[in-house]
Design a binder for this molecule. Sequence first.
Ligand SMILES: *Cc1c(COP(=O)(O)O)cnc(C)c1O
Length: 399
Amino acid sequence: MSLAFGRHAMSIPGPSVIPDRVLQAMHIPAPNIYEGKLVDLTHSLLPDLKKMARTEGDVAIYISNGHGAWEASLANTLEAGDRVLVLYTGRFGRGWAEMAMSLGVDVQSMDFGTALPVDAEAVAETLRADTDHSIKAVLTVHTDTASSVRNDIPALRAAMTEAGHPALLMVDCIASLACEPFEMDDWGVDVMVAGCQKGLMTPPGLGFVFLNEKAKAARNRLTRVSGYWDWVPRIQPNLYYQFFGGTAPTHHLFGLREALTMLLEEEGLEAVWSRHALFARTIWAAIDTWAEGGNLSCNVVDPAHRSIAVTSVQTGEDEAGRLRRWCEDEAGLTLGIGLGLEAPDSHPGDSLFRIGHMGHLSPPMILGTLGTIDAGLKTLGISHGNGAVEAAIRTLSAG
Ligand SMILES: *Cc1c(COP(=O)(O)O)cnc(C)c1O
């Protein structure tokens, strides 16, 4: 008997759960795009987006998903033949690198596997070897959404400084912005890319590129920049439509306004970070308990290197696939699929699933997800340690 009734639950790492208030803010007739509310609202978004990123720099908005923000960041800083160093800690660094290659950029990569963060000292060594400074930018993800590794950005910046290398530091915060602590200016990040559909709780469709003065100088070095991706008119528009390179994403802007108000004004960014950290520990407590009696475990062993927005869970062969299927069909819960980490030795068969815990979440949602997974393990006869939900509750209650 399927029990998949009531509101369907999503525990995937983006798009994240959209608050009803954000949906309601978008449920309006088409607004005037020349003057009035929409224009004022757009101007109010910019300082709030910068507060989110902790930067005094600029932000360019694109009508795009994260892939669009990736391309925009590259189109404004690099040209064909330039070299970049891309750091892999899962799947998403590779995606950004593939985008760079499609633009004719020469990609040098360092692969840190699928369960460990970037080794900053090794990066410093590579940069020191680049004596003629042919590497124009170092690209990394903050949180790799496939492996759920979180990279230490200040350590990476320190390594670049120590190596005396002038490359730009470009960071993908698509999964982490508004979930994980991030300090663009203090950490010395030159370019940061983000999207609206993860921590920012808005339907997919807005991409952001944050940039500082050093990034602007890199842009000015280029002989040609694609007219649509060029960030200059977007950060210094003479006319309203130039914010978006055309018609504004009207309804998305109303949704994002509501989300930013909820996160920055009502809850407060530090409180948002703390809530994500507590929910992450709650989820890990359950996984550690399951691990005591079966094959389940967190993909990232050291909690200090784990994202607090998404957790990748290793299982025995095919167990992840069976569990996801049961949760989806029988219990109305969608879990994240394993993404791009398949390898016969480390991740055989369908042996990885992900719990997204970013954005608009509460204890009933987190405990509901964990309780449903626990019920699935029992129903399917997948061996696991008992008492996972109890362990989660203890962690949650301890605060
Ligand atoms: C989701 C995600 C992307 C891709 O974003 P899309 O909106 O799917 O294009 C890129 N990087 C990271 C870290 C992500 O989590």
